[in-house]
Design a protein around this ligand. Structure first.
Ligand code: SF4
Length: 463
């Protein structure tokens, strides 16, 4: 790594800004501004700083519509919004996907539009912590805030998460290192345990590493629960971990004054999926018989949790909510974006602050190439290549304010620091404009009459 001298050439500093990258939502950043641009960021990790610093060469700056030759062509805002509104108003199975990197205020407009038009609203949880959310709805959710972790926790366990790389300030700001009210000596007052098949960077700085076998999570947690309930293990090792190490770990966890289990996709996406989280929640419930424990998923995008909290509050379902019957419903494998795309059901797709072009499997992207795609985003990406209408938004927490939810469910106001480019608009404004234009179009007769359903829908309608 090369040494980069601190930036000293700036006009002014905007203090206490929030990072719009991972679910830590660090809200102690200083943005150094020169000529209306953020030229440096203080206190952020490298991931956060590199996102906040503007990437103008990839920035989407003007609205675009794909012309008959298949080329994206610059248009004015009215033309772009009207074209997008027509696609939505003429569709009978629209899907609105993304939302994890925009504000909760924008989601509110999106839900109103989705409910009006009968769309499916889904976010990135469908490809990340979806099984965790299912388990939480099954088994409950013994949670605590990150403030409580900082001030009280003496045992921190990471399972299937390499926080040192994915959430670099998590350990420094909230979990392992900070001095808290009851943990004045910081790291010296805490025991850090990593449970992961990989000897990750987080495992390297932990006091204990439990390297169970790949896909051995469920068996390992089962054994730990059995020991906590006073049972004797019947074999010498479980999931590759010697029985005596499991007895020792159970005793250590039970002796905690305040313990926290942070889990990542390494636990959510191994063989047991939601059952892994079910049993982790049960483990924490067992530990609460004699101690005080909580658990928190290590959420990735800064507002992925916001969408799930907001949707659960509004509809009862955290993601994959289908309004096609006039009320919200959810069915795993039926109303999730990838399943819908692979079955070729959607006839219009709006992607906001996400990049399915980069993250979805081929089969799903193939269908996106066949239907109208509307993109609301700030950067050019693989999804732009699939888009028929591109609507350039603004960068929340830098160019516009908005609310996001941290991984522990605490809402954070992200304030504006600089002005957005003149040709861009706020995401909330864009979705509200679309909603109003779609409503106007739907009130006009004959809009849906001219509609010809795509192949997947035609066969559904025949049934
Ligand atoms: S830990 Fe996450 S929220 Fe905090 S500065 Fe780094 S990327 Fe941003």
């Amino acid at each position: 790594m090369t040494y980069e001298p601190p930036v000293t050439d700036y006009d002014y500093i905007v203090e206490n800004c929030t990072c719009a990258f991972c679910g830590c939502n660090c809200d102690d950043l200083d943005f150094l501004v020169k000529n209306g641009h953020v030229v440096a960021v203080r206190h952020a990790c490298r991931l956060g700083a590199s996102k906040v610093m503007e990437d103008m060469d990839q920035r989407l700056l003007v609205p675009m519509v794909r012309n008959e030759e298949g080329v994206l062509e610059e248009v004015d805002w009215d033309t772009a919004l009207d074209t997008a509104a027509e696609y939505i108003a003429n569709s009978i199975r629209p899907v609105f996907y993304g939302w994890s990197e925009t504000s909760t205020e924008c989601m509110k407009e999106g839900v109103e539009l989705g409910e009006y038009i009968g769309a499916v609203l889904d976010n990135q949880a469908t490809i990340c912590h979806g099984p965790s959310l299912q388990a939480m709805q099954n088994a409950g959710y013994p949670i605590q805030t990150l403030g409580e972790v900082k001030n009280r926790a003496d045992v921190i366990a990471y399972s299937g998460s390499n926080a040192m790389n994915s959430h670099p300030r998590h350990l420094a700001r909230y979990a392992a290192f900070p001095r808290g009210y009851f943990r004045q000596r910081g790291r010296f007052d805490r025991t850090v345990i990593t449970m992961d098949p990989k000897f990750s960077d987080t495992a390297k700085m932990s006091d204990k590493w439990i390297g169970f076998e790949q896909n051995g999570d469920y068996g390992f947690y089962n054994a730990l629960r059995a020991v906590l309930k006073g049972k004797k293990l019947q074999s010498e090792s479980v999931s590759g971990i010697p029985a005596e190490d499991i007895y020792e770990l159970a005793a250590e966890m039970e002796a905690a004054e305040f313990g926290v289990l942070f889990f990542g996709l390494g636990l959510t996406h191994t063989l047991g999926k939601q059952r892994n989280i079910d049993i982790a929640i049960k483990l924490v419930q067992d530990l609460n018989t004699n101690s005080k424990w909580g658990l928190t998923p290590m959420r990735g995008h800064f507002n992925v949790n916001g969408f799930n909290i907001f949707m659960a509050y509004e509809t009862g379902w955290a993601f994959g909510v289908d309004f096609c019957r006039g009320y919200g419903r959810y069915m795993m494998g039926e109303t999730n974006t990838i399943d819908l795309l692979v079955r070729k059901e959607p006839d219009c797709f709006m992607v906001i602050a996400a990049d399915p072009g980069a993250h979805f499997p081929n089969g799903a992207n193939q269908h996106l190439a066949d239907i109208p795609v509307i993109q609301i985003d700030i950067h050019w990406g693989p999804s732009t290549e699939l888009a028929d209408v591109v609507l350039p938004g603004s960068f929340i927490s830098v160019e516009c304010g908005g609310t996001s939810y941290r991984m522990d469910g605490v809402p954070i106001w992200m304030k504006k620091a600089i002005d957005k480019p003149e040709t861009c608009r706020d995401d909330e404004w864009i979705v509200r404009e679309l909603k109003e234009r779609v409503m106007k179009l739907r009130e006009e007769p004959n809009v849906a009459d001219e509609y010809v359903p795509n192949e997947g829908l035609a066969c559904l309608l025949d049934k």
